[in-house]
Design a binder for this molecule. Structure first.
Ligand SMILES: [Zn+2]
Length: 196
């Protein structure tokens, strides 16, 4: 039994605890049609990748607290001052200034609509969402960009009003802590651990 790798930051440095990679034996690959002749070996690899959120950390922290954060360019010299971005952009793509973090939870509850959607019957490795996955692109009033997420209840439709739900119980601190349901969905219908 090995311990999962844990990381924390102290004195501005990563501090690592536990195992970040495991040595797993190779297994021969043999050919059943040719007397089980050796063809190669498997190379099992299991490692823990340290993924830094950097300036996006407040966005992921807020999801577990039931809040949706976006950013806005407030640079008076920017041609596109006042533009709001969701997904969260640390810097303005037009003036490269640092954006202001804003809370758009209420805006999302009142104005979020499905811009377009995609239902995926097959998924890639490490998927943990229920299949089929109902990916939706969400538009918000006054927001310049659309957000990619997933619908947890019902069937998506273009123009459908949706509201955000958040995994406030044991949040994963990933984008999966944010999901959406059709406007009018009851509390009892939400997936486990999620709240409005
Ligand atoms: Zn700007």
């Amino acid at each position: 039994m090995s311990m999962f790798g844990h990381v924390f930051v102290k004195d501005n440095k990563y501090k690592l605890k536990g195992d970040f990679h495991h040595l797993t034996p190779n297994i021969p690959i043999r050919n059943a049609d040719e007397g089980w002749k050796l063809m190669g070996v498997t190379n099992p690899r299991d490692m823990t990748y340290i993924h830094s959120y950097g300036g996006e950390a407040p966005f992921f922290e807020a999801l577990g607290e039931g809040k949706l954060l976006a950013t806005r360019c407030d640079n008076p010299d920017c041609e596109f001052k006042g533009t709001i971005y969701e997904p969260f952009r640390i810097h303005c793509a037009d003036c490269l200034g640092k954006n202001t973090i804003i809370d758009i939870t209420e805006l999302a509850k009142n104005t979020a609509k499905v811009h377009t959607f995609m239902v995926c019957e097959r998924v890639g490795a490490f998927n943990i969402l229920d299949k089929p996955v109902k990916f939706i692109n969400i538009e918000f009033e006054g927001v310049a960009t659309i957000l990619m997420s997933y619908l947890s209840v019902g069937e998506p439709e273009i123009g459908m009003k949706v509201v955000p739900i958040f995994k406030t119980k044991n949040p994963t601190c990933t984008i999966l802590d944010l999901s959406w349901v059709p406007d009018g969905t009851k509390k009892e219908e939400l997936p486990q651990g999620f709240a409005f």
